[in-house]
Design a protein around this ligand. Structure first.
Ligand code: ARG
Length: 584
């Protein structure tokens, strides 16, 4: 444990018990950052009533029982009863050196690993992923990587929409154009165009529409081999599209992670029967509906979850209920994180409620909807092109990369340094463009909407992908200039200058942040943290000469501090899935 906040927390807790007895073992020491010192404990204020003593008094008593001499200078009681801590430079230095030598950089492995499903991306097959799916894909991938890193047993799950009524028209369109045709090829490159073409035919050609409807019936019966073969073909072609997209985005989802809606098809009748048998669902206007407790329409009438439509078809909700049962009973998950748009919040609340009432989701299981806010255009609505269409994902990525190239070219023009020959600027622009788009998605609180703004995200200024990428390449270039192998730098890190102290101290918080991101499924916390590290590094680099340090010990220390920063940044950005060019 190297995070001073946690170290002090444990010590104060110990002192509380020593001073006031075992009753206080569970009291939160409330260690917070402080204006007058590094950290402070606010615990005394809350204990005044319970102990019937003045907070300052309590604080003095805690301090009398507190053993922190190795960590901080003598604690001071201030104001109404805060306990202030000024950390020892030597302790910070020792911990930072330890962190540099720790392959996990201070990130603890979870003591009791759980089986965790992170469900994300989940686009609808044969329809292009839109910018909303882009964000669930990117944020979900970061949540998955962090879950894996802290030592839980991770299952990635791509709950693609690969079933249902649109597949009748999609299959018939595939039959018409032929599977070797350029039109079918669109499924690999521009699935939305394929979908739109099928849609147009469906809306304008009644004969085609009838064929499509018949095909749906055959598909849902599941026992027409020719139909299943066509459906398979459609899904396979679409998988190629997903593979390419994920590869370009540097997203870790693989074919094997796809467990689409179709997978749960056989379980749907059981969902309906069991809910009916439990008296939790009944027919309402011909449709089988469940009415979970506490959900009402505006007029106060109970709000239904439709389980089976009046035409006998199942739907999105019944599939999600079957999915919950499967995950609990067959996969034995402890936690399931659904990384899905916040517009589906009511759906998940109701489906989870029905599952709980049915006893399918026991209390110990942590099922949660990690809500993803909308990505908006400048007009505050869903992102669209000037012509009013949803923005095509591949166009969006191409534009990001192009803009990154411009940014890099401008930066190069502005520096007097001779051009670094042999750089693959196309590859670097790809990393910077994709990284910038991903980072913009990740750095905003995940459940808030944000306005898509090229100028803000493709920039070296502020909390952006390029700024953080640049921080890493800057450190690499220091090592390159001095012909130093990063692996040879192992301290000791010394802490003398204030900028060194702040930077080293910040590095010690990495473990706590990563642990928190795993618990809350909120990658933006890691972004904020890494941005602070990079900013403190910038200050350090301005104030503290590294290669030209006054003496060899300081030079070695500062190079080692640079190495620790580089490892924290690369590990952190790696957990976020932001690609890192070696140079830029
Ligand atoms: N395919 C759905 C959509 O595009 C998202 C699926 C979300 N996951 C779930 N278990 N319902 O809206």
């Amino acid at each position: 444990m190297s995070d001073p906040q946690q170290v002090l927390s444990a010590r104060v807790q110990h002192a509380l018990v020593a001073a006031f007895g075992a009753d206080y073992a569970g009291a939160d020491p409330l260690i917070r950052s402080s204006q007058h010192a590094d950290l402070q404990s606010n615990v005394s204020l809350g204990l005044a009533k319970k102990l019937g003593r003045a907070p300052r008094d309590i604080a003095n008593e805690i301090v009398a029982h507190l053993d922190v001499a190795d960590v901080s200078e003598a604690p001071e009681v201030s104001g109404p009863g805060f306990i202030n801590f000024t950390l020892n430079g030597g302790w910070i230095a020792g911990q930072a050196t330890g962190l540099l030598g720790d392959p996990r950089l201070g990130v603890p492995r979870t003591e009791h690993p759980r089986t965790v499903i992170v469900e994300y991306s989940s686009p609808n097959i044969a329809k292009e992923m839109h910018v909303g799916h882009l964000r669930t894909t990117i944020v979900g991938d970061a949540i998955a990587r962090v879950t894996d890193f802290v030592g839980d047993h991770l299952i990635r799950d791509n709950h693609v929409g690969d079933w249902g009524t649109p597949f009748g028209m999609l299959i018939e369109h595939l039959v018409d154009v032929g599977d070797d045709s350029p039109e079918a090829g669109l499924l690999r490159t521009d699935p939305n165009a394929f979908y739109q073409a099928a849609r147009v035919k469906f809306d304008s050609d009644p004969v085609f529409a009838d064929r499509a409807r018949e095909r749906v019936v055959k598909l849902q019966s599941g026992n027409d081999p020719a139909t299943m073969e066509l459906w398979d073909e459609l899904v396979e072609l679409s998988k190629a599209y997903l593979r390419d997209t994920y590869a370009r985005l540097r997203v870790t989802l693989a074919d094997d992670d796809i467990r689409g809606e179709s997978f749960y098809n056989d379980l749907l009748p059981g969902v309906a029967e069991d809910l009916e048998a439990k008296g939790l669902a009944w027919l309402s206007d011909g449709a089988l509906c469940a009415f979970p407790e506490g959900f009402t329409n505006r007029d106060g009438s109970p709000l239904p979850v439709i389980i089976r439509k009046s035409d006998g078809g199942y739907n999105y909700s019944s599939t999600d209920l079957a999915t919950i049962r499967y995950r609990v009973d067959k996969v034995n998950v402890d936690r399931a994180v659904y990384v899905v748009g916040s517009d589906q919040a009511l759906h998940f609340r109701m489906v989870f409620a029905v599952a709980r009432e049915a006893g399918w989701l026991p209390a110990g299981k942590q099922f949660e909807h990690a809500q993803i806010g909308m990505v908006q255009g400048k007009d505050g609505h869903r992102l669209r092109t000037r012509a009013g269409d949803l923005v095509k994902l591949s166009d969006l990525l191409a534009e990001g990369v192009e803009r990154a190239r411009t940014l890099l070219d401008e930066a190069e023009r502005d520096t007097a340094a001779p051009k670094d020959g042999g750089l693959d600027l196309d590859a670097i622009a790809e990393d910077v463009g994709i990284g910038a788009i991903k980072y913009a998605d990740l750095s905003t609180t995940r459940d808030s909407a944000y306005i898509f703004d090229w100028d803000r995200m493709i920039s070296f200024k502020g909390n952006t992908g390029p700024y953080l990428q640049y921080a890493t390449t800057r450190i690499r270039s220091i090592f390159r200039r001095a012909a130093i192998d990063q692996a040879d730098l192992n301290g000791p890190i010394l802490v003398t200058a204030p900028a060194e102290r702040e930077l080293a101290l910040k590095l010690l918080g990495f473990g706590t942040v990563v642990t928190q991101v795993a618990a809350t499924a909120e990658p933006h916390q890691l972004c904020s943290y890494l941005f602070e590290v990079a900013s403190l590094f910038t200050t350090f680099y301005e104030q503290c000469p590294v290669l030209k340090a006054d003496d060899e010990a300081t030079r070695q220390s500062r190079l080692s501090l640079c190495a620790a920063v580089l490892r924290v940044l690369t590990t952190g950005l790696g957990l976020l899935g932001v690609p890192l060019p070696e140079r830029m």
